[in-house]
Ligand binder design. Structure first.
Ligand SMILES: CCCCCCCCCCCCCCCCCCCC(=O)SCCNC(=O)CCNC(=O)[C@H](O)C(C)(C)COP(=O)(O)OP(=O)(O)OC[C@H]1O[C@@H](n2cnc3c(N)ncnc32)[C@H](O)[C@@H]1OP(=O)(O)O
Ligand SMILES: NC(=O)C1=CN([C@@H]2O[C@H](COP(=O)(O)OP(=O)(O)OC[C@H]3O[C@@H](n4cnc5c(N)ncnc54)[C@H](OP(=O)(O)O)[C@@H]3O)[C@@H](O)[C@H]2O)C=CC1
Length: 519
């Protein structure tokens, strides 16, 4: 019997960010392994014209929850969606709901955040720092609270090369930042943002570091733990390999890029092939999170423990290997109607990157838009390409260096688990087979995101052959035009040309004469 699963039985659990990438997988695992839990409160806001109930309905009816419905048929009765907007004071939660949350909650998993790299400092602080502070204040008034688990990121201290499982101080106190944002106007905030974030690449990593400081400062006598996952990717094993049925900004930077590589939109990136690609499957992160929730509540460590949830030190994979495997999979199972043949050119040089962007990305987009215009359609490729290149430039920081995360606490926790818990809540990434994982990822993009049928593979392969022929034809035509222009202008080029032509002529004459002799 799993001790962790039993621990969550009968518990009232509060999850923020339950509609997000990680939150959904966390909820799914909780229901699947502890169907006798009492209730999961989720703090949700209406979004994209959908009410809270519609959002919950959509989640429960997604493929992700298929297995849950078998083991927990009354799952819809056990989810209690509470209106909450983390940007508002007291999250805009009604008095009755707040009363219920305060008096019943046993465990909190705080997943909500803005994960966008391009968010303004004001918004990122509001969500990743102020909201965390408010939630801790709420938690401190919960008499039945057993553990508060805060999800941070392994990149909160990405300005360091070696990162320990400790909370590092930031030069400016979070409280001072929160206070000053109240009276500073947006233009001034934009101006001081680069100075504040210092050697971090974006507001996301900076505000996640501030969030950790807030957790430390406001922990009081609560049992708190922090989890720092690296780059969270699709599921590895559970509930089934690869799930990406979620709409979230993380999608754009994972499956979105794989999609662009498969379609041939993205053919070159500035990335260091030997740098570690510290991807971690979302089910691994969720398993560790649930194990940490149990350990923190039951063992009540004296201080706030930080757990790194990374793959690099256990089972490293580098960007070169990842790119190669993505391409190898697209060779076997190509996407339908690709724009160009998939190709991955990794370069670390700025000039080559600029050149590649111009020749491999922008020029084909412009030519294609010209074709669309000619055929009376709306051009769209250049806009798409600019957006893609902007995204790729934002990830350059993360794909051109490696970090070293210590994992003492994570390893300690692993050793504390019973063999059954190690199996049910497996977070040992040493068992991960990267080639298989990446292949499933690519397959998932094709099957679940693009909803492409495997029966279309022969046609997709034919299409790639046509693209290759067009590519050869185009390059030959380009070469001949360039050569023709050169011959018209340079005597030396003409001499070389005559030399080649006469050489070929002599060779052919010799070949014809010798074959006549044989006959
Ligand atoms: C040469 C080829 C080589 C092969 C390529 C290899 C690819 C390898 C894949 C591995 C990924 C590598 C990751 C790099 C390192 C990241 C390090 C991360 C560290 C962290 O802690 S990350 C924390 C999480 N944060 C993120 O992951 C990034 C967050 N995302 C963003 O900040 C923004 O998305 C971004 C990147 C700034 C782009 O912004 P924008 O251009 O504004 O686009 P949107 O996000 O608004 O979305 C675009 C568009 O797509 C729609 N969308 C989103 N999800 C889905 C979905 N699941 N299905 C369908 N459509 C989706 C979204 O609604 C938008 O549509 P619109 O109609 O509104 O335009
Ligand atoms: N994805 C990754 O690669 C990594 C993620 N992390 C951390 O993991 C956690 C979860 O990330 P992930 O699931 O990817 O993020 P998502 O963007 O997928 O989900 C964010 C969640 O926060 C909610 N949220 C955002 N703003 C508000 C608001 N104003 N009020 C109420 N809810 C709000 C979203 O709700 P809504 O659906 O309404 O927008 C959504 O449920 C975050 O703390 C992140 O920092 C750490 C490392 C890597």
């Amino acid at each position: 019997m799993s001790m962790i699963a039993a621990f969550y039985g009968g518990k009232s659990i509060l999850i923020t960010g339950a509609t997000g990438f990680m939150g959904k997988v966390l909820m799914e695992k909780l229901f699947r392994t502890s169907p006798d839990l009492k209730v999961i409160y989720i703090l949700v806001r209406p979004k994209a014209g959908q009410t809270l109930q519609q959002r919950v309905f959509q989640i429960l009816n997604s493929k992700l929850f298929e297995k849950v419905k078998e083991v927990c048929p009354n799952v819809h009765e056990k989810i209690r969606a509470i209106y909450a907007d983390l940007n508002q004071n007291d999250f805009g939660i009604s008095k009755e709901d707040m009363q219920e949350l305060l008096s019943c909650t046993n465990i909190i998993f705080h997943c909500a955040a803005t994960v966008r790299f391009d968010d303004t400092l004001r918004h990122a602080v509001q969500l990743n720092v102020t909201a965390t502070q408010q939630l801790l204040l709420m938690a401190s008034q919960m008499p039945k609270l057993e553990a508060f688990i805060h999800i941070s990121t392994a990149f909160s201290n990405c300005n360091l090369k070696h990162i320990d499982e400790v909370i590092y101080p930031c030069p400016v106190e979070p409280k001072k930042i929160i206070d000053s944002l109240e009276w500073l106007d947006d233009a001034i905030i934009d101006e001081i943002t680069p100075k504040l974030i210092g050697d971090r690449p974006n507001t996301y990593t900076y505000t996640k570091a501030l969030g950790e400081m807030v957790v430390q400062q406001e922990s009081g006598n609560m049992n708190i733990a922090i989890i720092r996952p690296s780059i969270v990717g699709a599921t590895w094993q559970e509930p089934f390999p690869f799930d990406d049925t979620y709409l979230s900004p993380s999608y754009y930077l994972r499956s979105g890029l794989i999609f662009c590589a498969g379609k041939g939109f993205l053919r070159a990136i500035k990335a260091t092939p030997m740098a570690v690609a510290d991807l971690i499957p979302v089910d691994t992160v969720v398993n560790l999170t649930l194990a940490v929730g149990w350990y923190t509540a039951v063992h009540r460590p004296k201080s706030t423990l930080v757990y790194h949830c990374t793959s690099g030190n256990f089972n490293p994979c580098n960007w070169g290997k990842m790119g190669f495997q993505i391409l190898a999979t697209f060779e076997k199972i190509p996407l339908e109607r690709a724009f160009r043949r998939p190709y991955a050119d990794f370069t670390t040089n700025n000039f080559t990157t600029q050149y590649r962007n111009a020749v491999s990305h922008r020029a084909p987009a412009i030519i294609y838009d010209f074709y669309l215009r000619l055929t009376g359609r709306k051009p769209r490729m250049t806009k798409l390409m600019n957006r893609l290149l902007r995204t790729v430039s934002m990830m350059e920081y993360f794909v051109n260096q490696s970090w070293e995360w210590s994992t003492y606490n994570t390893e300690m926790l692993m050793s504390e688990l019973s063999p059954e818990d190690q199996r049910v809540f497996n977070f040992d990434v040493r068992q991960l087979n990267w080639l298989e994982y990446i292949e499933n990822y690519v397959l998932g993009v094709k099957k679940y995101l693009l909803k492409e049928d495997m029966a279309g593979i022969p046609e997709a392969k034919q299409h790639l052959k046509r693209l290759r022929n067009i590519h050869y034809l185009f390059n030959t035509a380009l070469f001949l035009i360039a050569w023709r222009l050169l011959i018209a202008r340079s005597q030396m080029a003409r001499n070389v040309w005559f030399f080649i032509v006469s050489f070929c002529y002599k060779f052919l004459s010799y070949f014809r004469a010798s074959s006549t002799l044989k006959v």
